[in-house]
Design a protein around this ligand. Structure first.
Ligand code: 1PX
Length: 215
């Protein structure tokens, strides 16, 4: 077995998934959104086991969404818009404190949505970075400007420590498997508008329904 083909894993395919999230009527397709996260988690796992406490939580949230999709009312979860409507209309969301519905699609998705903001900020920093930029610093700055505001001190501490283990910029770009630095920068420029769009639409949806602080 000396020539078992190693599956070539490119971050480009992952980021492009977010493009396929959007329907013509600007709804967000749950399955594609979740698949985007699956790919991201796979990429993160390739960076080392120090990130496994993060990927465990992400996988857990992905699984909750998959369970909703596979459930009896799975069709109600086809898009994020239909999910919000269905769960709110049927009182399936804990609005004040976690109680009967600790794993609602709405609150679970909100966590991923906040993490998508981190991704957006981090990718933009990577895209505009220079040779001497530090990935750990870019990652920490992106985190502090987004997710950290929603995390307890102990999580922030653990996350910030893990970021220090990120490979340097050159090695990080290589792990992405996209090609030269120029190609990475071009790919990020191409993929980012879709991620931003998906983020924006979700943010607006949650804002409209007053769901941005779900416990
Ligand atoms: C080119 C860059 C690509 C990098 C891809 C990396 C994908 C990262 C996926 C991270 C997903 C994190 C989801 C976190 C959701 C969350 O906020 N959960 C917390 C709240 O949940 P709860 O149910 O309690 O209300 C939960 O407490 C989280 C615990 C785990 C720690 C979360 C730290 C998040 C750091 C995100 C940055 C990842 C950096 C990876 C390095 C590349």
């Amino acid at each position: 077995f000396d020539s078992v083909p190693v599956e070539k894993f490119s971050l480009k395919e992952v980021l492009i998934t977010f493009q396929s999230c959007l329907t013509d009527s600007q709804e967000i397709v749950t399955d594609s959104y979740v698949n985007g996260w699956r790919g991201l988690v796979r990429f993160m796992n390739s960076l080392g086991s120090i990130f496994s406490f993060i990927s465990k939580d992400a996988v857990n949230k992905i699984q909750i969404m998959v369970t909703h999709r596979n459930g009896e009312n799975g069709d109600k979860y086809e898009t994020l818009q239909s999910m919000v409507k269905y769960e709110l209309d049927n009182n399936l969301v804990d609005l004040q404190r976690r109680a009967e519905h600790p794993e609602s699609g709405c609150r679970t998705l909100l966590r991923l949505h906040r993490a998508l903001r981190w991704l957006e900020l981090f990718l933009e920093k990577l895209r505009t970075s220079t040779e001497d930029s530090k990935t750990s610093v870019m990652c920490t700055d992106a985190y502090n400007d987004s997710l950290a505001q929603h995390h307890a001190w102990i999580i922030r501490k653990a996350a910030t420590m893990a970021f220090c283990a990120l490979p340097g910029r050159a090695a990080f770009f290589q792990t992405m498997n996209v090609g030269s630095t120029e190609q990475v920068v071009a790919m990020l420029g191409e993929a980012m508008p879709f991620i931003s769009k998906v983020y924006e639409i979700t943010e607006e949806l949650y804002k409209q329904h007053n769901l941005l602080e779900l416990p």
